[in-house]
Design a protein around this ligand. Structure first.
Ligand SMILES: [Zn+2]
Length: 405
């Protein structure tokens, strides 16, 4: 099947007002046009990034329709599966456990396959979760995963509602938060983590994220909805680019009908808008640098084997691989993305027809080129390649765009 046979999914986009203050005349920061290859279709994403001139919140000016997003996550997203945890689970459990009575009910929204709920259940909590994507995939459902979804949960029954790296994906922040708070008891605790736009703008501006929170805007959203923040800056996130917040529901009326943006929040709007513009420029420069490195790496691979016969192993199924893979695949028919994670092996990868393979597959190849994609571990991976005795035409660092061997 060639790429021209694949259906191209387009979203129905609708204009959104500022999620924090309701302002309708947002300032455009830039555009990002991305096509993501899924298992059965390509998904066109045409983002216009914007900032609110009134409060400085950064968000997608237009939001895709819900059906498009759900199909995209089902078809193209490499979800977390198979019981592996890519975060500090102990820290997550401790944050929740210190605020929930023994045996208390904890509901996770966006629970993937339920692996973290299983951790909480082991710690003695009545923990379960749901996930709009995974709910359709019965095979991936583990203990602690609620197949029937949110409708089967009694309202106001949870001692804690938790959601990690979910809020930045939703079409409307307020609507999502109100539905989460409907599950929470009065006095119950909400624990959220989202990317931090102020420290990691490039990670926040990831392909499918629609909302880009700073610590101030996240706090304001929660306070508008009747939550009292108990911990924010003084609690570390469980992934490097994130921010965590813990808040208690103290005003049910506001949880159902939030107050407008506070005067104090709006007073800092001009300063946040200036910071939002600067962060966006920084993220764009960073993205351009990464793209250049991918192009340099692909060129070095072609120079190492102009015939294009070699097997190219792009090591590390991450965003660096996503940049390099389609470029390399133009010159090398045998292009593979390799990753040791059991949850990724066998799943599709954007820009390639071959699914993700284990690095040991390199043993089968006649001639090899490696492109290494991990900012932190490339030196170690290069040592592993050498230790495995895999002769290579070239070993290339796809993060820096330089040849290592
Ligand atoms: Zn605003």
């Amino acid at each position: 099947m060639t790429s021209t046979d694949r259906p191209l999914r387009q979203a129905i986009w609708s204009t959104a007002a500022c999620d924090l203050c309701g302002c309708e005349a947002l300032e455009v920061l830039g555009e990002r046009h991305i096509t993501v290859r899924g298992r059965s279709a390509d998904f066109a994403m045409d983002f216009t990034d914007a900032a609110c001139p009134q409060c400085g919140f950064v968000q997608a000016l237009n939001r895709p329709d819900e059906a498009f997003l759900m199909d995209y996550y089902r078809d193209a997203h490499i979800g977390h599966r198979g019981g592996e945890l890519h975060f500090n689970a102990e820290k997550r459990v401790a944050t929740v456990a210190s605020r929930v009575p023994a045996g208390g009910r904890i509901i996770e929204i966006g629970a993937n396959d339920g692996a973290f709920c299983a951790e909480l259940a082991r710690a003695g909590f009545d923990a379960f979760g749901f996930d709009p994507v995974e709910a359709d995939e019965a095979a991936s459902v583990e203990k602690g995963f609620l197949e029937a979804g949110v409708a089967s949960v009694a309202p106001k029954s949870a001692d804690a509602v938790i959601a990690y790296y979910v809020l930045e994906h939703v079409i409307n922040a307020g609507e999502w938060l109100r539905s989460a708070l409907a599950l929470l008891k009065d006095g119950g605790v909400l624990v959220l983590e989202v990317p931090d736009y102020s420290t990691h703008p490039q990670d926040s501006l990831n392909v499918e994220h629609l909302l880009h929170f700073t610590p101030e805007s996240l706090r304001e959203l929660l306070e508008q909805h009747g939550l009292s923040v108990e911990q924010a800056g003084d609690i570390g996130p469980t992934v490097a680019y994130g921010q965590a917040i813990v808040a208690r529901l103290t005003d049910r009326a506001l949880a159902e009908t939030p107050r407008p943006a506070s005067a104090g929040f709006l007073a800092g709007g001009a300063k946040r808008l200036a910071a939002a513009r600067a962060s966006y420029a920084e993220a764009k420069a960073d993205r351009d640098r990464r793209q250049q490195a991918a192009e340099d790496a692909a060129r070095l691979a072609s120079e190492a084997d102009p015939s294009g016969d070699a097997s190219v192993f792009i090591w590390g199924a991450n965003e660096y691989a996503e940049r390099a893979a389609p470029l390399v695949a133009q010159a090398f028919a045998k292009t593979f993305v390799a990753d040791k994670s059991p949850s990724k092996i066998g799943t599709p990868f954007p820009g390639l027809t071959a699914p993700i393979v284990h690095p040991d597959e390199a043993a089968q190849a006649d001639q090899r080129i490696f492109l290494l994609c991990s900012p932190n571990w490339n030196a170690q991976i290069a040592a592993e390649i050498s230790a495995a005795g895999w002769d290579a035409l070239a070993v290339i660092d796809a993060v820096s765009g330089e040849r290592l061997a």
